[in-house]
Design a protein around this ligand. Structure first.
Ligand code: E4P
Length: 217
């Protein structure tokens, strides 16, 4: 299972990349706003921090302008993955870009039928938003389960990129279902490392070690 970081904060990405756990990055217009930086400049910097795909989102709503924006974004670096919304124009753009060999992440997916359309359009990644699903009284993980079943039924190669992850249980459930990728805010990735019994265990071992009066090396 691949781990992507869902942020445009380059200090966070660099810090997490050093753990060896980062396989790519996702951004969106809200995350670019939060970074306070120019999209071209920050995306270029992010692309230098990982060899994996870096999703950069178009903001146009019509196919023609989406294609123009994609052209600008994909020139930033070889590992840019163009993110398009799950609309008719978004999927037309997905199909056109995929047929030219460009990586495409189809975002804002909220149903298994939408995921089926994205796979038929040749998406490299489909991004179902589990957190926003849960926020609206729906079952985000059931959506992932359905998409996995459908993609396996037809051997689609589109990778399921679980998005809008809010906590480590979303990651655990995604892994149990067999999702291909989880994109997480930095605090969720950090949360995966933590366990209260690990901290308590270290505390106990260090207290006993101190009593031995020994040093290693
Ligand atoms: C995915 O690519 C999106 O950037 C992201 O996961 C959205 O998450 P949110 O619902 O926390 O905004």
């Amino acid at each position: 299972m691949k781990f992507f970081v869902d942020t445009a904060d380059t200090a966070e990405i660099a810090d997490l990349a050093a753990t060896g756990m980062v396989d790519g990055v996702t951004t969106n217009p809200s995350l670019i706003k939060k970074s306070g930086r120019d999209i071209m400049e920050v995306t270029k910097e992010i692309c230098g921090l990982t060899d994996g795909p870096v999703s950069a989102e178009v903001v146009a709503l019509d196919h023609e302008t989406m294609m123009k924006e994609a052209e600008v974004l994909r020139k930033i670096a070889n590992n840019v993955c163009i993110k398009v919304p799950l609309t008719i124009d978004g999927l037309k753009t997905c199909k056109a870009l995929a047929s030219e060999g460009t990586m495409v992440n189809v975002t804002l997916c909220f149903s298994a039928n939408q995921a089926l359309l994205a796979a038929k359009a040749g998406a490299s990644f489909i991004s179902p938003f589990v957190g926003r699903h849960d926020d609206n009284g729906l079952d985000g993980m059931k959506l992932i389960d359905d998409i996995r079943l459908i993609y396996d039924n037809y051997a689609f190669e589109t990778e399921i990129l679980v998005a809008s992850i809010r906590h480590p249980i979303h990651v655990l459930e995604s892994a149990r279902i067999g999702a291909d990728v989880a994109t997480m805010p930095p605090n969720v990735i950090r949360g995966l490392f933590k366990h209260v019994l690990t901290d308590k265990g270290i505390e106990g071992f260090l207290a006993d070690w101190k009593d031995t009066g020994q040093n290693i090396g």
